[in-house]
Design a protein around this ligand. Structure first.
Ligand code: GDP
Length: 441
């Protein structure tokens, strides 16, 4: 995600690293590079201008800080400006569990509307809502079928439209059914076209008038850059949009749409789609996204994801073990298995601070590799797992044979394990955590 932009911004920061003081002269070059980076990322030129001017002013006016050196201060200013263009703070959906909420999903064909409807239904279900999915794209029978498949996958009922082919009456009937049957969120998947046309807009407006939605979410493919922003602005003119769902962020190396859409439409990004799976859907947090863009990782999202799968008590026990230097290969295997539960390695690595800067990090640790590592650990005896120091050359060969992996991989794993043990000990050191917190300020 945003790899190109992250690389270029980090290049710009390198130019100011180590300066004794921020001056007009020494920020000229980094500012120029930031401007280029943003333009190449397909960010709206007006934003780029405002963004770089604001950074310049703030950087020159900044007071000397004890906690941060001038280079870090500059990065912090860029970070804060990024947060601002991304929308300042996370915006919730305005839903009330005690009533029948209506969410209308709108957007161009192929933007990810149907997929996002399903993802949103799953997300809301997890929050305790009872969603009903409604297929209102009557022109493409495949779209209705697709929503049924989506509904089944996320285990959310899909409204049966019967013979009705009028989107307005379908929406109306669905809301009535939701009221009758006690669903408290109706998610209407509307029709999309390849381009904006009047007929479609009229239909969407008619549905809007009929069901008076609490949320109208515009779904847009982030990979289409400024075209995405233009279509958002066009929809916003016709319909009272309440937010944006930015999809396919996983494939977006540039980030132009993410950084422009709030500025151009004034409507917040509420969710992002980060993959094709139904769980690849996240609430949008401007500050976290800014950190990700800067390659500083997204520790908060990582922690949240981890909390979903990690058993708290186990985590505390592990913490104790790490502190006492009793972390074993068995614990390592548990950790690897837990990581795989959190999603794909590539995504997880992207959230870890500094990882975005390590080229090929995801190649070093892809999902297949994790399986191999687990296989190797499984081929060890319990004693070996608890005390890696007894694993001599003969044992390594046996383990390699047992797991079907080359001896070099066994060696590599043991080396990594020792390094990791060391690193974990450092990470659990309170003075390190203190430093991390200071950086966030
Ligand atoms: P619609 O025409 O707007 O309803 O679009 P669909 O929901 O059918 O999505 C179009 C394509 O985009 C499908 O192949 C989806 O799997 C894919 N897609 C949707 N959201 C995402 C996402 O966040 N990431 C990725 N990689 N693919 C997505």
């Amino acid at each position: 995600m945003f790899d190109q932009l992250t690389d270029k911004l980090n290049n710009a920061f390198r130019k100011i690293k180590g300066v004794a003081r921020i001056t007009e002269r020494n920020i000229e070059e980094p500012l120029r590079e930031i401007r280029m980076a943003l333009l190449e990322a397909d960010v709206n030129y007006k934003i780029v201008k405002q963004f770089t001017e604001s950074i310049k002013q703030k950087a020159l006016g900044v007071e000397v800080s004890k906690a941060l050196n001038p280079g870090q201060q500059f990065i912090k200013i860029v970070h804060d400006e990024l947060v601002k263009v991304l929308g300042e703070k996370a915006e919730d959906l305005k839903l009330e569990p005690t009533k029948t909420n209506v969410i209308m999903m709108v957007g161009l064909q192929g933007s990810g509307k149907t997929t996002s409807s399903g993802k949103l239904a799953a997300y809301l279900k997890k929050q305790g809502f009872f969603p009903l999915l409604v297929p209102a794209d009557v022109y493409r029978p495949a779209a209705i079928e697709q929503l049924k498949v989506v509904g089944k996958a996320v285990n959310v009922p899909v409204f049966d439209i019967g013979e009705d082919r009028n989107p307005v009456s379908i929406a109306k009937k669905a809301v009535k059914e939701a009221k009758d049957k006690g669903f408290n969120v109706v998610i209407i998947d509307t029709a999309g076209r390849l381009h904006i046309d009047e007929e479609l807009m009229k239909e969407l407006k008619d549905i809007e008038k009929e069901v008076n939605p609490d949320e109208i979410l515009f779904t847009v493919d982030s990979m289409t850059g400024q075209d995405a922003v233009k279509s958002a602005a066009a929809f916003d003119k016709e319909l009272p949009l309440t937010g944006v769902v930015l999809t396919k962020l996983d494939g977006d190396a540039r980030g132009g749409a993410a950084l422009s859409v709030k500025f151009v439409t004034g409507k917040p990004i509420k969710f992002v789609g980060v993959g094709e799976k139904y769980t690849d859907f996240e609430k949008f947090h401007p500050d976290r996204m800014a950190s990700r863009i800067l390659g500083m990782g997204d520790v908060m999202s990582l922690i949240e994801k981890a909390e979903e799968v990690v058993d708290k008590k186990k985590a505390e026990e592990l913490q104790k073990k790490i502190k006492k230097d009793q972390f074993t290969l068995e614990d390592f295997r548990d950790q690897l298995l837990q990581l795989t539960k959190m999603g794909s390695m590539e995504k997880i690595l992207g959230m870890i601070p500094g990882m975005a800067n390590i080229k090929n990090a995801s190649k070093m640790m892809d999902d297949k590799k994790v399986k191999h590592l687990v296989a190797i650990i499984n081929s060890m005896t319990p004693q070996e797992r608890r005390n890696h120091q007894i694993i001599n050359g003969k044992r390594r060969k046996r383990i390699a044979r047992g797991s079907g992996r080359p001896v070099q991989e066994v060696n590599q794993l043991l080396k990594q394990f020792v390094q990791m043990k060391k690193m974990m000990k450092q990470l659990s050191n309170p003075s390190f955590l203190g430093k991390m917190k200071n950086l966030k300020k």
